[in-house]
Design a protein around this ligand. Structure first.
Ligand SMILES: CCCCC/C=C/C(=O)SCCNC(=O)CCNC(=O)[C@H](O)C(C)(C)COP(=O)(O)OP(=O)(O)OC[C@H]1O[C@@H](n2cnc3c(N)ncnc32)[C@H](O)[C@@H]1OP(=O)(O)O
Ligand SMILES: NC(=O)C1=CN([C@@H]2O[C@H](COP(=O)(O)OP(=O)(O)OC[C@H]3O[C@@H](n4cnc5c(N)ncnc54)[C@H](OP(=O)(O)O)[C@@H]3O)[C@@H](O)[C@H]2O)C=CC1
Length: 288
């Protein structure tokens, strides 16, 4: 975590002590695998699941960030498997899932949170830049989904997948690559929700709006100033807002929910301009 980021995920103390929305044994003994759990939303999800009694497996590329999350979980008396891995690497993902089953003998929920992008006009994308975003957000997410489904099929146990996406419905100027990738994940999720229903696997998505995390640091000062004004609440959401939505879908409250997208965006899907690159003169130029 960038300690100086104005968008850091609340303090570690907040993650550990903030009042819980759900009862403290909601996920008792369940096993939750969270990708990208070394920072931001993923960290908040992992710590919240641990506070609700779950055993955690966490992955991401950077071991030191994962260890910091793991320390918090162990401090809560929780159990955690730390496994640095890139979701872009299908073989690595396969080994990660094998390790989860070996360690815990079960997997209950996969939370595909790892992802990211950079702001740039689409017309300027390099092939490498496009591929980096698609490989991470669409293909990497798919590697994780398929590995989880195969595990549940082979063990004959139920499971649920929760994919973190974005609010794509009115387009996302400045991050077209991620908009395309997340749209792919949403319709992939709806499709396999059908195909995997006979396997007792639920598949859902959570679509956050602008959430205050260190991931925001990739955007310009102007974009960071404007993004919280792009919704009806006129502010950033918090990582725990997303963690609560994930918990709703993972808990008994989600038992009859599949193929769905839960939007947590302060109303941005109905109102608010969202430019992550300078707004062209054609659309009024300068931001407010
Ligand atoms: C609702 C509000 C709107 C915004 C909604 C979403 C907000 C968020 O999601 S914020 C939180 C997410 N976190 C991030 O986005 C963190 C930063 N992004 C990443 O780390 C991305 O995962 C990644 C895909 C950019 C990283 O991939 P990786 O392969 O590790 O990246 P590289 O640094 O190796 O770059 C590969 C390639 O991509 C192009 N590129 C990267 N950054 C930029 C940039 N700022 N501008 C233009 N192009 C960029 C570039 O082609 C890179 O290759 P090289 O040129 O050879 O470095
Ligand atoms: N903050 C926001 O406003 C919004 C965020 N989102 C999405 O929510 C998710 C979490 O974002 P947020 O917490 O804000 O930002 P962060 O940048 O803090 O989190 C992204 C996490 O993904 C991990 N990651 C990136 N690439 C890979 C990879 N190839 N394999 C494994 N892990 C990877 C990173 O860890 P490491 O670098 O160690 O690999 C990092 O911990 C992302 O998918 C993001 O796009 C969606 C909508 C809005």
């Amino acid at each position: 975590m960038t300690q100086t980021s104005p968008h850091a995920t609340g303090s570690d103390a907040d993650l550990i002590t903030a009042p819980l929305t759900y009862r403290a044994d909601l996920l008792k003994d369940q096993v939750v695998l969270v990708s990208g759990a070394g920072s931001g939303i993923g960290k908040a999800i992992a710590v919240q699941c641990a506070r609700l009694g779950a055993r955690l497996a966490i992955c991401g590329r950077k071991a030191d960030k994962l260890e910091a999350t793991a320390e918090l979980i162990r401090g809560l008396g929780g159990e955690v498997l730390v496994r640095p891995a890139s979701i872009r690497d299908a073989d690595d993902v396969g080994r990660l899932h094998a390790e989860v089953w070996q360690r815990f003998g079960r997997l209950d929920h996969l939370v595909n949170n790892a992802g990211g992008q950079f702001p740039q006009a689409a017309i300027d994308y390099s092939v490498k830049g496009w591929n980096a975003v698609i490989d991470t957000n669409l293909t990497g997410t798919w590697h994780m989904m398929q590995a989880a489904a195969r595990g549940w099929r082979d063990h004959g146990t139920p499971g649920s997948i929760i994919n973190i996406v974005t609010v794509i419905w009115r387009g996302m100027p400045g991050v077209a690559h991620t908009c395309a990738a997340r749209a792919g994940v949403i319709y992939l999720s709806k499709t396999v929700a059908i195909e995997w229903a006979p396997l007792n696997i639920r598949v859902n998505c959570v679509a956050p709006g602008a959430i205050a995390t260190e991931g925001m640091d990739v955007y310009s000062d102007e974009a960071q100033r404007d993004l919280p004004r792009s919704n009806l609440m006129q502010r950033f959401g918090q990582a725990r807002d997303v963690a609560d939505a994930v918990t709703y879908l993972a808990g008994p409250s989600g038992a009859f929910v599949t193929g769905e997208v839960m939007v947590v965006d302060g109303g941005n899907q109905v109102w608010g301009d969202q430019w992550t690159i300078p707004r062209p003169d054609y659309f009024g130029g300068q931001r407010p």
